[in-house]
Write a protein that binds this ligand. Structure first.
Ligand code: T1G
Length: 677
């Protein structure tokens, strides 16, 4: 039982609340205000200690990311100045943390003598996700608090951890289930400063000679600098200073390295994506009055195939019960196994308890009875990609679904208006284009039909948020955004192959750029027959000059599923998923090119990348002109989260405009951005 609060003494403990809605971002302007309040507390002889707490449901989201995209104002106050004032003070400081404590805000908490938190608090240094490193002492203080190995893992991952995990690591001193601020004040009363502990040259979990080993191991575990690993390697260099150098030297190195990263191309690209993601749901006519009032409390899925199962799992993972309808017992049995297998896998990975897995599994009900879809707030059809089949599904759904229910198609190429026309509720019909596996892939394309109402689109964005998706609004045009663009990308790759550039070289050039796989291996994965069907639907525009794709399909070379496509596959090599060069394909291209009168020519990696990336950007610009995509940032989000475009290059539209400039800026320090935290 805590001693009763001493009101008189209470005045001796000054509470400073971080209050800058919506997320208490520590902008320059706000840090100036915070520093002033802190200096007043330090100057007040009646104050013996300071407690920091957060308003608006969190501690703070950290530094204001907007500030990094502007010239550093003269005499700007940053979170570093606030932290320096805490460190220089003789008074005790305690952080009282509820909700998120991220980035510079956690670094502020690290310089405090004690950290107490609620069980709901979360702690993260997500700077790496912005192509940065914790630039306000985090790389120096965290290793001294929880050890170099744990600190590196925490900062290189960039994800938030729970209060329980933070307590176990030694990041916080106590989890409080009573009055957080009162307990923090209690801890502050009569406590002693712990600054010196924080500045000793030790990494708590390592004998000094092991430090270099941990640092070397960390470097090996992250991507190469030129391919998404710049911030990671730089962060490790900063932590190396914590392990090997006096505190002041480490802080100086961290500050220098932070400044380099702020100006780097990858960080500018990642900061672009950070804000682009937060723009997605901002759509004229939808932000305001049309803000959706549709409750999404239950869902339905038609089709228990791969997509249908994945969509059902996505809803179940969001805690939304879902009915899956399929007339095939075999499909239902397979889907049941898929669902339970997936949830049990998450138990094995420690992401779910058995109870949670069981609960989620039971929240998905399979049936052959369509009437059970009658209660669903949203029904997504994921049946065979055929317009007539889908038209029939929408006719049935319109008769069964309750008034106001949203009817969505997971189609990747068909016309949403044609489906809406089969219903009496076209204003409640749209596309929800998931990406396989639907329960894992973060992208969701929301496809608006001609009559889809703003209210329905708002509901679709709510569904996207509930499912944890990056939801992007697309017009109802062939291929929507992503598939339309990849169509041109693959066509350009094929044109290069027709000109004598081997598919293996084209794939290698795009993998070196940062894609997880090249266009030919990707087509082998998705199926050449699918690619050909889509191309035929596009008519002459798509089929290239030689018909090699059609010839390969006729030869039964459908890709990985037939152990041969543009490459060949061998179960003994990479479990049958490793592309193996097949000279027969290159010969086929050469013959076809001769027949078509295409003169072979050499193309270097730069030309390969330029042609394929320009094809993406050119199509992106057309999609913007046609109103299919709303913003360049929307297109970048689609391509990064749905098609493997390397995030550290910002997406096809960002790269087309900034790619070459910002990559040189990283080396020559151009692209003047402030070196500050
Ligand atoms: N800076 C500026 N704006 C931010 C922001 C930030 N750090 N975080 C959020 N916002 C805005 C966001 O753009 C949106 O604006 C609104 O707040 C709600 O955000 C020195 C250098 C805290 C978990 O990376 O992870 O500290 O759209 O939609 O889903 O070492 O925001 O309303 O106009 O995301 O409830 C490190 C980033 C900074 C945390 C809340 N910190 N933010 O999620 O809301 S660098 C981060 C988040 C740094 C130091 C370094 C999330 C959230 P608008 P939201 P949410």
């Amino acid at each position: 039982m805590l001693p009763p609060l001493d009101r008189a003494a209470d005045g001796a403990i000054r509470l400073i609340t971080l209050d800058n809605p919506p997320v208490n971002a520590l902008s320059f302007a706000y840090c100036a205000k915070l520093l002033e309040e802190l200096e007043q507390a330090h100057a007040d002889g009646g104050v013996e200690a300071v407690v920091f707490a957060g308003a608006n449901g969190l501690f703070s989201a950290g530094a204001d990311v907007n500030d990094f995209n502007q010239e550093l104002p003269e005499h700007a106050t940053t979170i570093r100045d606030v932290i320096a004032a805490v460190e220089a003070s003789v008074k005790v400081h305690v952080a009282a943390i509820d909700g998120n404590a991220l980035g510079g805000a956690l670094e502020l908490a690290l310089v405090c003598d004690y950290r107490v938190a609620t069980a709901a608090a979360k702690f993260g240094l997500p700077e790496i996700r912005l192509g940065l490193l914790p630039g306000a002492g985090g790389t120096q203080r965290l290793p001294r608090l929880i050890g170099a190995r744990a600190a590196l893992e925490f900062m290189l991952k960039g994800s938030a951890i729970s209060a329980q995990r933070a307590l176990a690591l030694g990041l916080i001193d106590e989890i409080v289930d009573a009055d957080l601020v009162a307990r923090a004040k209690d801890r502050a009363r009569g406590a002693k400063r712990r600054v010196s502990e924080r500045q000793a040259i030790i990494a708590a979990d390592l004998p000094p000679q092991a430090g270099p080993f941990v640092v070397a191991q960390a470097h090996k575990a992250v991507p190469p600098e030129e391919n998404g690993g710049l911030a990671a390697h730089t962060l490790i260099d900063a932590v190396q200073a914590a392990v090997e150098l006096p505190f002041a030297f480490g802080i100086a190195r961290e500050s220098r390295l932070f400044g380099e990263l702020v100006r780097s191309g990858p960080s500018q690209a990642l900061r672009h994506l950070f804000f682009a993601e937060r723009e997605l749901a901002k759509i004229d006519g939808i932000d305001g009055a049309a803000r959706d009032d549709t409750e999404i409390e239950s869902a339905g899925v038609v089709g228990a195939g791969t997509m249908g199962s994945g969509i059902a799992i996505a809803f179940a993972q969001a805690g939304i019960p879902v009915v899956v309808v399929d007339g095939s017992d075999e499909a239902v049995d397979k889907a049941r196994q898929t669902v339970m297998g997936m949830f049990m896998y998450q138990v094995q990975k420690g992401r779910l308890t058995r109870e949670e897995a069981w609960k989620r599994g039971r929240s998905i009900r399979f049936t052959g009875d369509w009437a059970e879809l009658g209660a669903a707030d949203v029904v997504v059809e994921a049946v065979f990609e055929n317009l007539e089949v889908k038209r029939e599904v929408f006719r049935k759904l319109d008769a069964i679904a309750k008034p106001g229910a949203i009817l969505a198609s997971n189609t990747s190429t068909l016309d949403i208006d044609a489906l809406a026309a089969e219903t009496k509720r076209p204003e409640r019909v749209l596309g929800l284009h998931f990406f396989v596996p639907a329960n894992v892939m973060p992208l969701l394309e929301i496809v608006r039909g001609r009559e889809t109402s703003p209210r329905t689109i708002a509901a679709a964005f709510k569904i996207g948020k509930l499912l944890g998706k990056k939801a992007v609004l697309s017009g109802n045009a062939f291929g929507f955004i992503g598939n339309r663009m990849i169509f041109d990308y693959v066509r350009e790759a094929n044109a290069l192959a027709e000109e004598g550039v081997a598919p293996v070289r084209i794939d290698a050039a795009m993998k070196a750029f940062g894609f997880p796989m090249g266009p030919f291996a990707m087509t082998d994965l998705s199926g050449l027959d699918i690619a050909l069907a889509v191309q035929k639907a596009r008519g002459a525009e798509a089929l290239g000059r030689t018909g090699v794709l059609e010839r390969l399909v006729q030869m039964g070379r459908l890709g990985q599923k037939s152990m041969a496509g543009y490459f060949k596959y061998d179960k003994a090599v990479g479990k049958g998923r490793e592309p193996i060069v097949d000279p027969q394909v290159e010969e086929l291209y050469a013959q076809a090119a001769r027949t078509a009168g295409i003169a072979p020519r050499a193309a270097g990696d730069d030309e390969i990348r330029t042609r394929l990336l320009d094809a993406l950007a050119e199509r992106g610009r057309k999609l913007l002109d046609e109103g299919v995509a709303l913003r360049p940032g929307d297109i970048d989000v689609v391509y990064v989260y749905g098609y493997g475009f390397p995030p550290h290059r910002g997406g096809p539209m960002w790269y087309a405009e900034h790619g070459r400039v910002s990559s040189s800026a990283a080396s020559e320090g151009e692209g003047r951005l402030p070196a500050h935290a």
